[in-house]
Ligand binder design. Structure first.
Ligand code: PHE
Length: 359
């Protein structure tokens, strides 16, 4: 009955019944179906396609029916091939149906107003920014004004005007990032905020009290306590009869305000060419904290300070012997590290979201 059944070729039963020998190529069938479905633009045409290619009387069904007339081996082989085609057709059909239906919902411009909106994640301040503003707020409460200065400085304001001429050993404390310039002035990235002492006094008369928060730079190898960039808050208070005890009282108040509890403050003698006498200020937190630094319950250095050197007053043209003042340079990262129990300064600028999300 089945003559010359080759690969992908079979007898159609209908045609057999009608007496005509008809050989159907499955490859051709597949091609026709694919072209046919690609041209379909609506669901009723799609239904017609389904009947034609997947219906009970489809060519494919007839092929399956005709399989009974084959040998067992051939039946299996042809059956598998036809099955693959049937699976292909039904997935083509499902896909086209989906496409047509989603086009439909597009064209009707449907908006589901009951869908919840997208949540906007709220950001927050960087731990350094909030520490900076805590500190500046504290000083403002005590009558200090906030002044800003340039990050690119001249050699004069960063060093010479502060009694640190070229060759002075104190320059070694400040590993400097020098900038290239064609000018006779040498430019650098300020290594501290102290240049603003002279800049401010040149154009202002005492009495005054100012703080200068800002970024500083040093050409240093980085480690857990050193960064190439960091922040300082410079302070300068000049008036009549200003003494180191005024300074101590103010610092005690500020530190208590920042850490929200009593803090011990200690002065150690130190040397900075632009102050006399010079001190370093240490604090000790009374409450036991979680960090290693705090658990050690040691004195922690937070700033350099001292009484403004008379040379600086002379340099800016103030009347001799009339004014006295104190100056200090507070390390902002140091305060933030103590406050938030951070043990590596490099975390501040690493942009690691896992670190930043904790604040
Ligand atoms: N500028 C000094 C430093 O960076 C600190 C300081 C400021 C010391 C003001 C005395 C007075 O080390």
């Amino acid at each position: 009955m089945v003559c010359g059944l080759k690969k992908w070729v079979f007898y159609s039963k209908i045609n057999y019944r009608s007496g005509k020998k008809h050989i159907m190529d499955l490859k051709q069938l597949k091609k026709d179906a694919e072209i046919g479905i690609s041209l379909i633009k609506n669901t009723s045409d799609l239904e017609k396609w389904r009947i034609k290619y997947l219906g009970r009387k489809s060519v494919l069904s007839l092929f399956f029916n005709s399989l009974s007339e084959l040998s067992l081996k051939e039946k299996k082989k042809q059956g598998q091939k036809a099955n693959a085609i049937r699976q292909l057709f039904s997935s083509l059909y499902k896909k086209r149906k989906n496409d047509l239906e989603s086009n439909l919902s597009f064209s009707s411009n449907f908006i589901d107003i009951t869908q919840p909106g997208e949540k906007i994640r709220q950001g927050h301040l960087h731990p350094l920014t909030s520490t900076l503003s805590d500190i500046t707020n504290s000083f403002q409460k005590m009558g200090f004004s906030i002044i800003e200065g340039p990050e690119i400085e001249t050699e004069y304001y960063n060093f010479d005007a502060l009694n640190i001429p070229a060759g002075h050993p104190a320059r070694e404390m400040f590993d400097t990032l020098w900038l290239r310039s064609n000018n006779k002035d040498k430019f650098l990235l300020r290594t501290h905020t102290s240049p603003m002492q002279v800049r401010f006094m040149e154009t202002n008369q005492p009495p005054f009290r100012i703080i200068v928060p800002g970024k500083c730079f040093r050409y240093e190898a980085t480690d857990a306590s050193h960064e190439i960039q960091f922040h300082q808050i410079e302070g300068l208070m000049v008036g009549e009869n200003i003494s180191l005890s005024n300074f101590k009282a103010i610092i005690e108040e500020v530190v208590k305000d920042i850490f929200k509890h009593k803090v011990l403050v200690r002065f150690r003698p130190s040397y900075f060419p632009f102050v006399s006498p010079g001190v370093e200020v240490d604090i000790k937190l009374k409450q036991k904290g979680r960090s290693k630094i705090q658990d050690a319950n040691e004195w922690l250095e937070i700033m350099g300070a001292g009484m403004v050197h008379p040379d600086l007053f002379k340099r800016v043209g103030y009347v001799t012997n009339r004014w006295q003042g104190f100056a200090f340079g507070l390390g902002v990262e140091r305060i933030a590290m103590i406050k938030y129990h951070i043990d590596d300064i490099r975390l501040f600028f690493s942009s690691d979201i896992r670190f930043l999300e904790q604040f």
